[in-house]
Design a protein around this ligand. Structure first.
Ligand SMILES: *[C@@H]1O[C@H](CO)[C@@H](O)[C@H](O)[C@H]1NC(C)=O
Ligand SMILES: *[C@@H]1O[C@H](CO)[C@@H](O)[C@H](O)[C@H]1NC(C)=O
Length: 354
């Protein structure tokens, strides 16, 4: 955690809190984080669901302190790392397994294969789509109301939490671009599909706001056409998938701008996780192949030993980034809250230390 300390000394913090708070009181910059999303954030919600989209087996979690948890990567997810940067000592617990945890610090509702649309990913089995994630959040909000002594008090408390919304990839790769299972591509042009997704996401953000949310960070979709799975199937990046993700990001950015002007009591941040897929700066040597041996469905083969130089791989399995990549995403997401940021220290060192 030395690297974070150095950064804290130099930089001001998200949403204007001061670094002194972090040091003097050891207090996180926000009291709570609620996480909505898919396998990029899932930390075990799918483990007991009837679905092929679950990874509670080795080598998943090989670099995670507690081993296999249901995270779709070798170590930490991006939101795990953002939580650490924000000062949380514990990971935010998955909704499916909150037993004993302090829900006042937040809950993770994310579910592998889930999308903004209900039907997304359902060819793999059950998942918790965004709509159901919102219903789960309402259950938690009620429990927080009971703990704090009323809806008003709950709402005041929830105003201070961070709402992390990173969802949409599956609406493309496990829906629009799987015409053998889903009709959406025959119904919508790419522009129309993105428009519809963004409208649905907008409704969800407003529902969250109605139950107390005021601080949001909303993510675009990365270059889904350049995953090892896409490259293996197509021989090169699938540009129409990248184009679709790009359109979605552009529309989502406009939505965020619009919400910021419409709701002056709320703050919405847009984060773009698109970058050059073949960028080998930051110490990445393998950007187009998975670190683990893959099954036909592009997940890691159970119990097979993965690559050793995991920090040099951008991808862990056919779809999911390694925790080295997640670190980069987390740092960029956090620090781009300051557009004028000049990295004060060697980011390479940060990325490859644990
Ligand atoms: C992938 O296939 C393996 C067996 O080959 C199966 O155990 C697993 O559930 C499948 N996962 C997905 C996401 O389809
Ligand atoms: C996201 O980043 C990519 C790559 O840098 C850029 O081409 C694109 O315009 C960005 N999208 C938005 C909405 O900012």
């Amino acid at each position: 955690m030395v690297y974070e300390t150095k950064i804290w000394l130099i930089l001001s913090l998200l949403f204007g809190a001061s670094y002194m708070q972090h040091f003097v009181y050891g207090k996180p910059q926000v009291p709570c984080i609620f996480i909505f999303g898919d396998s990029l954030s899932d930390s075990g919600n799918n483990n007991n669901l009837l679905t092929a989209s679950k990874v509670n087996f080795k080598p998943y979690g090989i670099d995670f302190p507690k081993g296999t948890t249901g995270r779709f990567t070798n170590g930490l997810t991006a939101i795990d790392i953002i939580g650490e940067i924000l000062g949380f000592e514990d990971f935010i617990p998955p909704f499916a397994n909150i037993g004993g945890s302090d829900i006042l610090k937040g809950v993770n509702y994310a579910s592998g294969s889930a999308g903004i649309r209900y039907e997304t990913g359902k060819h793999l089995g059950v998942n918790v789509e965004l709509g159901l994630q919102l219903q789960h959040h309402k259950i938690i909000v009620d429990q927080i109301g009971t703990k704090l002594g009323g809806d008003q008090k709950a709402s005041q408390y929830l105003n201070k939490c961070l709402y992390y919304v990173n969802i949409g990839s599956n609406d493309f790769i496990s829906n629009y671009f799987l015409p053998q299972f889903y009709p959406t591509r025959r119904i919508y042009k790419p522009e129309e599909y993105a428009e519809d997704l963004v409208n649905k996401l907008s409704q969800s953000l407003k529902i969250l706001r109605d139950v107390g949310a005021r601080k949001f960070v909303v993510f675009g979709v990365g270059p889904i056409g350049c995953t090892p799975n896409a490259i293996a199937n197509h021989g090169s990046c699938i540009e129409e998938q990248n184009d679709a993700a790009f359109i979605f990001g552009t529309k989502l950015k406009s939505l965020v701008d619009q919400l910021n002007s419409q709701f002056t009591d709320s703050k919405f941040l847009f984060r773009n996780i698109s970058s050059d897929p073949f960028d080998t700066s930051h110490g990445f040597k393998v950007v187009d192949a998975a670190c683990c041996e893959l099954t036909l469905n592009a997940t890691c083969t159970r119990d097979k030993t993965p690559c050793h130089n995991r920090n040099e791989y951008k991808f862990w399995d056919g779809f999911h980034p390694t925790s080295a990549t997640n670190k980069l995403v987390a740092f960029n997401s956090y620090f781009s809250s300051n557009p004028n940021i000049v990295y004060p220290i060697n980011i390479q060192h940060l990325l490859h230390s644990s």
